[in-house]
Design a protein around this ligand. Structure first.
Ligand code: URA
Length: 431
């Protein structure tokens, strides 16, 4: 088999075989095929697409390019959830302990944030002592004993994605639905879970800018899951505005805890319920969404979900005493953005909020950057709330002095409406 023939075949819009796809993935990982030939092939894929079968073969070849995890010894359903990334997205920190409290086992590998979307790992690492790098043995022990663990991506899993993603990033080939689907699915399937919820964020703060493309990506990932024997559900959720009221790291952990105790912001709580219901039905812990809702209500109101959160954080080395300390989140600098207009607030761009949070120190522009866990934004007013002149709209926090130009960036990304309007948290569910 020759790589230049495979490139030509895809450039001529022909369907690649399983063997051809395996050949180029394995050859690339083994450094037998150079970057320039894979870059050319990726561009042909971006331009000409792939069939569902080709995308499934690609996912499989990537998934088996490294080690895979196996949880058969637990004899349990293992659930996982993945979000394509958004501003203020702290869903995993709340959803996973709720599910674990309901006996759905969670063995999750998560990513760091880069750019305007924060990563779950950075938020968890803002809790002193929490460790994201566990050996496979320790990871499995914690999952077996506590029913939940969230760790960093193991380097030995899916090396093909690591290499191909880095190449896509610099060759204009990220924006391809089959390539995104195989990248996400290969990583999810390699961690061995059998029930997976994919939260495809949609809007200006997300990868998928419109519902139509989000649905295409979602349906494709479901098709891949079916062909490979896993249960997949997809939710397409709103990322036109930040999720919840907190953006940052410690500040998001605090909002997550409040939500676990039943005091979360409305939009965020809606997403948590929606995702929990979907996964409980998928994992056959509830016969329908009504029963699933009652289960979620029960673990929140009894405190079991919060207790499971504490048990999990403690098991991964986090100091849970910090949550009783009122001074745990104590940023040195604070800046209040006031309104000189009135009406119902409309956030036009979630990205601007993510970028401002990043400039305050809450996120990275480069992988090597360190994070200021105190930095972030609190939305004193969020979308659709009535604002009067002089009200505080947002509060910015940082450990370093705050540049007042950031105020303008936020004010430029909002507007006011005379009347309240409808905002949907979940645009669609696909199963
Ligand atoms: N997230 C991934 O893991 N891969 C992509 O290609 C895009 C988003």
């Amino acid at each position: 088999m020759r790589i230049n023939e495979i490139i030509t075949k895809k450039a001529e819009k022909k369907e690649l075989t399983k063997e051809e796809i395996r050949f180029f993935v394995n050859g690339y990982v083994a450094n037998e095929i150079p970057d320039y030939q894979i870059a050319s092939l990726l561009m042909a894929i971006r331009l000409n697409g792939m069939t569902d079968d080709e995308t499934t073969y690609l996912t499989e070849a990537m998934m088996y390019s490294g080690e895979t995890l196996n949880w058969d010894f637990l004899h349990k359903i293992i659930a996982d959830k993945h979000s394509t990334g958004g501003v203020g997205d702290k869903v995993s920190i709340v959803l996973c302990p709720i599910l674990a409290a309901l006996d759905v086992t969670i063995a999750k590998m998560s990513g760091r944030g880069l750019g305007h979307t924060g990563g779950t790992l950075d938020k968890l690492e803002s809790i002193e002592g929490y460790t994201i790098s566990l050996t496979e043995k320790k990871f499995k022990e914690i999952v077996e004993k506590h029913g939940i663990a969230i760790v960093g991506q193991n380097e030995k899993l899916v090396p093909a994605d690591k290499k191909m993603y880095a190449l896509r990033d610099v060759t204009g080939t990220v924006e391809s639905i089959p390539l995104i689907a195989s990248s996400i699915m290969s990583k999810k399937l390699a961690t061995g879970s059998n029930c997976i919820l994919l939260d495809v964020k949609c809007g200006n703060g997300a990868f998928m800018k419109n519902v139509e493309n989000a649905k295409k990506l979602g349906s494709l990932m479901i098709a891949i899951g079916k062909k490979l024997g896993r249960k997949i559900a997809v939710e397409i959720t709103n990322m036109e505005q930040p999720l919840g009221k907190a953006i940052g790291n410690k500040i998001e952990v605090i909002e997550a805890i409040n939500t676990l105790k039943g005091n979360g912001p409305k939009d965020f709580t809606e997403i948590i319920y929606s995702s929990a219901k979907t996964l409980l039905v998928l994992a056959q812990k509830a016969k329908d969404e009504n029963e699933a809702k009652l289960l979620v209500d029960s673990v929140i109101s009894s405190g079991k979900a919060y207790q499971k959160f504490l048990e999990w954080i403690n098991a991964q080395g986090g100091n849970i005493k910090v949550f009783d300390n009122k001074n745990w989140f104590m940023p040195k600098y604070k800046y209040e953005v006031k309104s000189n207009l009135e009406g119902y607030l409309k956030i036009k761009s979630a990205i601007s909020f993510g970028l401002v949070a990043m400039k305050l120190g809450a996120g990275r522009t480069k992988k090597e950057d360190s994070i200021d866990y105190e930095a972030g934004i609190y939305l004193n007013k969020s979308s659709n709330e009535l604002v009067k002149k002089g009200d505080t709209l947002f509060t910015l926090y940082s450990s370093k002095p705050i540049d007042n130009n950031l105020e303008k960036e936020l004010l430029d990304s909002i507007e006011f409406s005379e009347k309240p309007y409808i905002i949907k948290s979940v645009f669609a569910k696909l199963i």
